[in-house]
Ligand binder design. Structure first.
Ligand SMILES: Nc1ncnc2c1ncn2[C@@H]1O[C@H](COP(=O)(O)OP(=O)(O)OP(=O)(O)O)[C@@H](O)[C@H]1O
Ligand SMILES: [Mg+2]
Length: 477
């Protein structure tokens, strides 16, 4: 390589000498010198800057502190510990000449005064069609034992922002394969939805159903901060071989360092963007946004940011829109990222959960799961009263919208009187809407339930909704 460069330099010098000898006029010489100067300047700019290595001075909890080196926020640094073991870190803050670093891996074996070497560029990930069908970690390394990944491109984890004025509006529905969602809270292509529920109410199962039954071209699943056991279950049982072909799974389970969990979400988003930019219809499922926020909280508290809302520092609420705003339609309207983020709500109360509250303000709708329904073995346990798709009005036909609203009214009327109905204290004739809801309840309830192995397409879901409402309940057998 070096020899080739030298040969090129020598031949360039020869060319210059010949040109100088031939250039007789003063003006010609001046032009020649200008060209030569410009070329030299270009070579000088290409020179690699000297890298100042630093020293690791402190490790407290999760945060590492280094002095003597300079790196930008979000930049990469490698800490070389005992036995020349390299630990990758990212710059997450600084104070005076001290840099705060967060490790991507395990800090075991890192010694005091270890060398800290800044690396050029920001975090990147290798991408390509080879990712389809694979399970990777937050650094892009395969976890599935199916051999090395042969990707042909690299993209920055931070992504390229799309001008909000250029974004194509949400104009058509996407089929998620779940009847209650397709019919009552239709999701638009490029929409961002939240899936809000307490623990163990069926969030992951519902995401799994969508992964298998959606009509999206590519599905990117980010399993962030969830149980490690669930990753294998999700890939082998939920996705299966058929679902796996068009899916990419990024797993950063609960035992990985907070930076890996954070990165897992960025990696999944960057991969979704890659496929979207190639004109594909992408469904991005993130389980869960709460664990992403908690990872950011761990990092922020470790470097001394004060907590603000319920123990969450302000940077958490700045990171949420930064992540969610990357989903959506591209400028051309060909590629799209429809995203669903699960939010684990504290004590089943999504109205007073800080992350759910922040997410709802940024998202274009939410699906709320209710523990009452799950306990009554009503699955998926979607609570229609709290769930809404803010894009539905502009993407479905008017009759569909009216049917959905009518079903909501009946559902709400029944749920509000359900205690009285259950003990037989409701007086028939007190409210015609409740009477109708009681008469239609078996059909409504059956319509809203769906077993895990059953697919409900968009058109079929709307048809069934009409049937539930059109039949005369008194005459139904
Ligand atoms: N559609 C369904 N049909 C039957 N059972 C279901 C369904 N959805 C969920 N369940 C039951 O609920 C349990 C919990 O579901 P799941 O793991 O999806 O909940 P989760 O909200 O993701 O839980 P966590 O908060 O712990 O991650 C499952 O083990 C299963 O028994
Ligand atoms: Mg789960």
């Amino acid at each position: 390589m070096f020899r080739l460069q030298m040969r090129a330099l020598r031949s360039r010098r020869r060319r210059w000498r010949v040109a100088e000898a031939l250039a007789t006029r003063r003006g010609q010489r001046r032009t020649l010198w200008r060209e030569r100067l410009a070329e030299r300047q270009h070579i000088a700019e290409e020179r690699i800057a000297l890298v100042a290595e630093g020293t690791l001075t402190r490790v407290v909890g999760l945060a590492l502190e280094a002095v003597g080196c300079e790196a930008a926020m979000g930049g990469r640094c490698v800490v070389v510990g005992g036995n020349e073991r390299e630990l990758e870190t990212e710059v997450v803050g600084f104070s005076g000449d001290r840099l705060f670093l967060m490790p991507v891996g395990d800090v075991q074996g890192i010694t005091p005064n270890s060398r800290v070497i800044p690396r050029p560029g920001h975090s990147e990930i290798a991408v390509g069609d080879a990712l389809l069908g694979r399970v990777i970690d937050a650094s892009g390394r395969p976890l599935d034992g199916r051999g090395a990944l042969r990707c042909n491109a690299r993209i920055a984890l931070s992504g390229a922002p799309i001008n909000p004025m250029d974004r194509h509006p949400i104009s058509e529905p996407i089929d998620v394969g779940v009847r209650a969602i397709n019919a009552i809270m239709t999701v638009g292509r490029g929409q961002r939805m939240g899936l809000l529920a307490g623990s163990g109410v069926g969030k992951s199962t519902l995401l799994g159903m969508m992964t298998r039954y959606t009509d999206a071209d590519v599905i990117v699943v980010g399993l962030i901060g969830e149980r490690g056991r669930e990753v294998k279950e999700f890939v082998e049982q939920t996705l299966g071989d058929a679902g796996r072909k068009r899916a990419v799974v990024v797993a950063a389970p609960a035992d990985s360092p907070p930076l890996s969990r954070l990165r897992g979400a960025w990696v999944a988003t960057a991969i979704a963007e890659y496929f979207r930019d190639r004109g594909q219809k992408v469904l991005l499922l993130m389980d869960s946004l709460t664990r992403f926020a908690q990872a950011q909280r761990e990092i922020a508290l470790a470097i001394g940011e004060p907590p603000a809302t319920k123990g969450y520092p302000p940077s958490v609420f700045a990171r949420l829109p930064a992540l969610i705003e990357r989903a959506g339609n591209d400028a051309s309207g060909r590629g799209s990222i429809t995203a669903i983020y699960t939010v684990l709500t504290e004590g089943d109360d999504y109205r007073h959960d800080p992350i759910a509250d922040a997410a709802r303000a940024i998202l274009d709708g939410q699906v709320v799961l209710s523990r009452d329904l799950a306990e009554a073995a009503h699955f998926p346990a979607i609570d229609l009263e709290g769930s809404v798709s803010r894009a539905m009005d502009s993407i479905v036909a008017k009759p569909h919208l009216q049917s959905a609203q009518r079903l909501r009214q009946l559902y709400s009327a029944y749920r509000q009187q359900r205690d009285l109905i259950a003990v037989g204290a409701y007086q028939k004739g007190s409210d015609p809407r409740v009477d109708e809801a009681i008469a239609r309840w078996p059909q409504i309830s059956a319509f809203l339930q769906q077993s895990v192995d059953q697919r409900a397409g968009l058109a079929a879901s709307v048809n069934e909704l009409d049937q539930v409402l059109a039949d005369n309940p008194g005459e139904r057998k």
